[in-house]
Write a protein that binds this ligand. Structure first.
Ligand code: GLU
Length: 309
């Protein structure tokens, strides 16, 4: 039982924390610059009740790209696989998350997968709702249901900061609009996307969502299905093939756990039929993954034999 091993977890966090000195917090979204680069915290749900934590797990941070997993779940529940995958592909790119290159060189011009920015923007545009507020409200309600934490909101400062500087995401959206991948007004889509990325959680929230995705999409306490099984499987598969940016292959070899990271330094990991893990460590490596978080997941995987491969 991982949850009886508090001393070992504390030690692993301490050891992984020494890696933060080699990372840098994201600064292309101005509001993310203020994060403390030396922080590292983790929460692990091992079963419906037990959660082990280390570090300051009360600290909140924004989901950023981790939100892509949740919008994909919602869009798949709203529209079904056929429609979603007619607009976004299923293949990893090997390119940075905000790259435009494959959109232009591939035919048809649809994004290769839902975990890169272009694909996530296309997915977000498929969430049902007649306004930005309604769509965001549905996403937040879904997150409240998953976490049991109804105080989760988006951080207005981070959303505004990203919205004002999101010219690359704007250009991806305009490109996709020209090619018929999205129909929304680009500014409405950008408003929704930047708010979705700015949803604020703590490690416990992430670990709980990770646990639900790991365990057939069933609600932690009631076992009621929240995410249909086949969708939970799709989410985990994308987490393996494209969840850790263009380091997903190396991560699969070294760690072997379906996971999704975000540029705020969060990582959500789901061991199928096993634990859910939430990590926060804002110092990033050159691919955009939490540098200490990656190290910690490697240690956890080795010690508890968590690789799915
Ligand atoms: N909001 C960020 C962006 O679109 C998310 C990127 C990430 O976490 O990978 O640039």
């Amino acid at each position: 039982m991982i949850c009886n091993d508090k001393e070992a977890i504390d030690y692993m966090v301490e050891e992984a924390n020494t890696y933060t000195k080699d990372g840098r917090v994201a600064d292309y979204i101005p509001a993310l610059k203020v994060a403390d680069p030396d922080t590292l915290s983790v929460a692990i749900y091992e079963n419906e009740k037990t959660c082990i934590t280390a570090g300051n797990t009360e600290e909140t941070f924004t989901l950023q790209s981790i939100s892509k997993v949740l919008t994909l779940a919602l869009a798949l529940m709203d529209r079904g696989e056929d429609e979603v995958f007619s607009r976004v592909g299923m293949e990893p790119t090997g390119d940075p998350f905000n790259s435009m290159i494959k959109l232009e060189t591939h035919s048809p011009s649809r994004p290769l997968n839902p975990m890169i920015n272009a694909g996530a923007l296309a997915v977000t545009s498929m969430i049902y709702g007649s306004s930005v507020d309604e769509k965001l409200g549905r996403l937040l309600a879904f997150i409240h249901e998953l976490t049991g934490n109804s105080s989760i909101r988006y951080d207005e400062k981070v959303a505004k900061s990203e919205y004002e500087t999101a010219d690359l995401n704007r250009s991806l959206s305009y490109f996709m609009k020209q090619h018929g991948v999205i129909e929304d007004e680009v500014e409405h889509l950008l408003e929704l996307y930047t708010k979705q990325c700015a949803i604020e959680v703590n490690c416990r929230d992430l670990a709980k969502i990770g646990y639900i995705i790991a365990n057939e999409g069933k609600h932690v306490e009631s076992q009621r299905p929240i995410i249909p099984l086949h969708i939970a499987r799709i989410l985990k598969t994308f987490m393996v093939t494209c969840g850790m940016y263009n380091a997903s292959g190396e991560f699969a070899i070294r760690v072997g756990i379906p996971a999704k990271s975000g540029v705020s330094g969060g990582i959500m990991a789901s061991v199928p039929y096993g634990v859910g893990i939430g990590i926060y460590g804002p110092a990033l490596d050159d691919k955009g993954n939490s540098i200490a978080g990656m190290r910690l997941l490697e240690s956890l995987s080795q010690r508890y034999d968590l690789s799915i491969f």
